[in-house]
Design a protein. Sequence first.
Length: 74
Amino acid sequence: MISQPHLIARVRAELARGERDRSCHFFPLPAEGTMPSVLHAYCGFAIRPGEAEPLDAPVGMPCTSCLMAAALSS
């Protein structure tokens, strides 16, 4: 099975409406080419450039849907 590269990120604190918005999501990255203007997480959550805080590992509450999908993709 080929591992899908992904970004782990969450909404920047100053843009979040509450702690629920601060869940970390897993965003599959394109294999080649340019980065799209909007990244869609495995769960469907969308984030635009400048709205995300990239993470080295899950921090706080991970999105369960994203966590399961990311685990299954690798």
